[in-house]
Design a protein around this ligand. Sequence first.
Ligand code: ATP
Ligand code: FE
Length: 336
Amino acid sequence: FLTLGIESSCDDTALAVLEGGHGLLAEVISSQIDSHSVYGGVVPELASRMHQEAILPLLESVLAKAGIGEPAKELSLIAVTSGPGLMGSLLVGVMTAKALSQGWGVPLIGVNHLEGHIFANAAVSEELKPPFISLIVSGGHTEVVLVRAFGDYELLGSTRDDAAGEAYDKVSKVLGLGYPGGPIIDRLAADGDPNAFQLPLPLASTKEIEFSFSGLKTAAMTLIGKETALGEEFPLADLCASFQKAVVDSLMGKIKLAVKRTGVKRLTVSGGVAANSGLRAALAEYSRDRGVELFLPPRGMCTDNAVMIAAAGYSSYMRGNRSDLHLSPNPSWSIW
Ligand code: ATP
Ligand code: FE
């Protein structure tokens, strides 16, 4: 059973061919980061146009890599991200998938991008079975989800304002470090003292599973302003390390709360911020100390990719879900 996965919800055009729910045959990805970074963030109109240019050459390349000569005969399913995301970006993937489905006579399934992120772990770890707690931390989302079964999700909590990745990106912009900020700050933080500056941990003391990164971002920016005004050598690494510690502590506090509250001792983390070394280290330590089974995707599977979309689409199809040519993008599609 071969599934072609297509992802184009934001600024990555990605395609993959998956055999069953786990066997990766081929993967291609074209990142637009260099084109958007000059603007300090993703420009929707530009993203849409770049997806259009990239998607057909990538399709040819992924089929060739997977050794598929006759897609109409060899493919069993086309899975495409149909929301949430940027309208113009989603449209390119969905329209392409519909045309291919029609032309090849291959069934079509629309996939929720966040369900896709949840499947980043399932796609590489066959032994991952629900129930588990899934933390999705990316550029647009910070959500803690209880996965009772695949397809049965309960949102335990989310952010009140900015996403964790967004906070990284904004602080990076103020520091003049570039976009996306997460990997850059992560790298710089390695050489800094995480206790050099005390940044506030918003909502740390509440008993709710909820995050707030807007206040932390503002506190970091104020601190950056103060340090700049001092005119002495700018403590860049210390600032990055202290900011990173605050983000990680905030995420870890609520993860622990979710595990305690549900009694579910199996945990997955996905989304771009799941690549963060501070977070990965804190999770590993917690998992060891508390006997919580931890699943982390390889770093390349944390950010947007089509492997997770193919895996989520395959699972959804096997649960009986189907899409047809009425499938249209839903930029604000929520599955919880
Ligand atoms: P969403 O899935 O919510 O629509 P997205 O797809 O744009 O958003 P991802 O591609 O999953 O998000 O992740 C990108 C985000 O992850 C960016 O905000 C980036 O700064 C952040 N990120 C990537 N690597 C790291 C890292 N090592 N540390 C911290 N943040 C990181
Ligand atoms: Fe994403």
